[in-house]
Design a binder for this molecule. Structure first.
Ligand code: ACO
Length: 308
């Protein structure tokens, strides 16, 4: 496959597969985005994982456990997709724990009450779905296909979060206050998940041209706001933005200014929980070293025995 065939594949909306010729920049961009996405899933297990032992009922514990396991699964599919491009999983993990590769800003905020579990499901997984459904049509085959299954599971995650919040909103005043407090803390960071504004997004133009991204950061953020406002109304919570108002002319909700300096701070490692998240990951990596070594020794032994 040559450059012309690659260009034709993109123009015809077909998929680029791992063995096809692709520009170095395309390969690098795909590895960057897929690795960041995989790291987000793996680090994303922590904020909610902290609540597994403290879930208020067996039912909530079982749901949360399943959800956190799903996140691990998403990370694994995504690392596998990155491997089809020649990336090495061990190397990607090292880049994460040495702070050389990013993961989503959203997972650097603390989960202060059980309502946060519901709000993460509703708002954070809702934002993830909004961002990831178009990625099912992303031009790189293994990534697009992984995204189909991931989005199905994310939809379940979002439903469980919304259902949890509905239950809490039907409870005591103290429970309703917990939900509102969690919404107040997570709303703005959720909007930041979509990335910097389009005029400050260095990768968007090229990723759109290669059809890796199908919509810009701002387009998806607007779609998310439009989707969330009626859901907040149905739930009976207030989104913490006094500038939120329906704009008849645009046919969209207007919203207030986002504090982009906060996103920059969190991305550059100075969010409320960055150090903790990375420290936990580093410890998991070193604690698990003996398992990887044993598995490798077992595989080598198996090969020796199997060899004629
Ligand atoms: N958190 C951390 N880093 C971010 C964020 C964020 N919310 N938004 C943007 N960035 C990073 C980008 O990765 C990029 O970093 P790099 O160039 O140094 O590698 C830089 O900021 C500039 O941003 P953009 O030019 O807009 O980058 P890009 O075109 O890659 O768009 C986006 C960012 C929208 C996150 C895109 O990579 C994407 O859609 N990724 C797949 C989805 C994903 O990773 N989701 C993870 C969270 S959802 C979940 O796990 C439940």
């Amino acid at each position: 496959m040559t450059e012309a065939v690659f260009a034709e594949t993109i123009a015809k909306d077909q998929r680029v597969e791992p063995r096809d010729w692709m520009p170095d920049g395309y390969r690098k961009t795909m590895i960057r985005q897929i690795a960041q996405h995989a790291h987000s899933e793996i680090i994303g297990m922590q904020p909610e994982g902290e609540w597994i032992t403290r879930a208020p009922s067996l039912r909530r514990k079982a749901i949360l456990l399943a959800k956190v396991q799903d996140e691990a699964g998403h990370g694994l599919y995504l690392y596998s997709a990155a491997e089809t491009l020649g990336a090495d999983r061990g190397d990607l993990t090292r880049r994460l724990i040495e702070g050389r590769q990013k993961y989503s800003s959203i997972f650097n905020y603390p989960t202060l009450s059980f309502a946060d579990v519901g709000v993460i499901g509703w708002l954070v997984d809702g934002a993830a779905i909004c961002n990831q459904v178009p990625l099912c049509r992303s031009s790189f085959g293994p990534y697009a296909r992984a995204m189909i299954r991931i989005c199905k599971e994310e939809s379940f995650h979002q439903r469980q979060g919304y259902e949890l919040l509905m239950t809490m909103m039907g409870g005591t005043q103290a429970q309703r206050d917990m939900v509102q407090d969690a919404v107040n803390r997570w709303w703005w960071p959720s909007l930041m998940m979509f990335g910097p504004p389009d005029d400050q997004s260095p990768n968007s133009a090229q990723s759109m041209a290669w059809k890796i991204k199908r919509h810009t950061n701002d387009e998806l953020r607007q779609r998310y706001v439009d989707m969330s406002v009626p859901q907040a109304e149905a739930l009976g919570v207030t989104l913490p933005d006094p500038d939120l108002s329906w704009n008849d002319e645009r046919g969209h909700w207007d919203f207030g200014a986002i504090d982009w300096s906060e996103l920059q701070r969190v991305i550059s490692g100075d969010g409320p929980c960055n150090a903790l998240r990375i420290e936990n990951r580093r410890r998991a990596d070193s604690d698990g070293a003996w398992v990887r070594e044993a598995a490798a020794a077992h595989a080598a032994r198996h090969q020796e025995v199997a060899a004629p």
